[in-house]
Design a protein around this ligand. Structure first.
Ligand SMILES: Nc1nc2c(ncn2[C@@H]2O[C@H](COP(=O)(O)OP(=O)(O)O)[C@@H](O)[C@H]2O)c(=O)[nH]1
Ligand SMILES: [Mg+2]
Length: 240
């Protein structure tokens, strides 16, 4: 099904134990990883997303790390051809937030210039889903929070990154964040193809157009031909 889809590589980096594997697995298959997967690590998982604005679908190949992040020595090859880079820290671990700067430097130095970088603060667990998109007050973490929402947002703002607090375990903002990143990548990819004259249109005209990213709603997901229905997910970002 949909074999001719564009594939877009997204890498997920950040300190060990911030929840990268949990986030990827939650987004791609709608559940947290089994023990075996979590321990061994996997190369990548896939997810088809659709950008509602352009109507384009694409397959995201989301690359995990297999423990090498422990030594902060992710090979440059990992970043090669990545269209998106997700930097994750743990809101209950200040050190992991302090290290975001190093991960960002790596991404900026090693990834292609058109790679879109997003920052996620994971483990923002709560027992009140009505408070999720508010400023962070009233959240109840399983561990004590060491990084405030404002600190994460301010770092992201200064460095011009999209930012979400998420909880992989409680499925908070996982689809929203990756959906938005996916839409941004699809739109940028289209603009670049147009600029190169590959995707129809007048080459000279399109080459003059500035590349402009737009936020949009997105739809997901067809995971390797399996259709999933997520009942607790609200319909503005419909899951197919
Ligand atoms: N409380 C909480 N724990 C989480 C969450 N996501 C992951 N974890 C825990 O964090 C630990 C590390 O997760 P893992 O995905 O292996 O992290 P990685 O090393 O970055 O890939 C595991 O014990 C998970 O159960 C979350 O959203 N909330
Ligand atoms: Mg892992």
């Amino acid at each position: 099904m949909q074999d001719n889809l564009t594939t877009l590589k997204v890498i997920v980096v950040g300190d060990q134990n911030v929840g990268k594997t949990h986030i990827i697995t939650q987004f791609c298959i709608g559940q947290i990883p089994s023990n075996i997967k979590s321990t061994l690590g996997v190369d990548f998982q896939t997810k088809v997303i659709r950008d509602n604005l352009s109507g384009e679908s694409a397959k995201l190949l989301i690359y995990d790390t297999a423990g090498e992040e422990k030594f902060h020595a992710i090979a440059a090859l990992h970043y090669k051809k990545a269209k998106g880079c997700v930097i994750v820290y743990d809101v209950t671990n200040r050190k992991s937030f302090e290290n975001v700067e190093r991960w960002l430097n790596d991404a900026r130095n090693l990834a292609d210039q058109d790679c879109i970088i997003m920052l996620l603060g994971n483990k923002c667990d709560t027992d009140d889903k009505t408070l999720l998109n508010q400023s962070g007050q009233g959240r109840q973490l399983m561990n004590e929070r060491e990084v405030s929402f404002e600190e994460g947002a301010s770092f992201a703002n200064i460095n011009n990154l999209s930012f979400f607090e998420v909880s992989a375990i409680q499925k908070i903002n996982i689809k929203e964040s990756f959906g938005m990143l996916g839409s941004q990548i699809i739109q940028l990819n289209q603009s670049l193809l147009l600029a190169k004259g590959i995707k129809g249109g007048n080459k000279q005209e399109s080459a003059k157009k500035p590349i402009r990213l737009q936020r949009s709603r997105f739809e997901c997901c067809i995971q390797d031909g399996r259709e999933k229905i997520d009942e607790d997910y609200e319909p503005k970002s419909r899951c197919c």
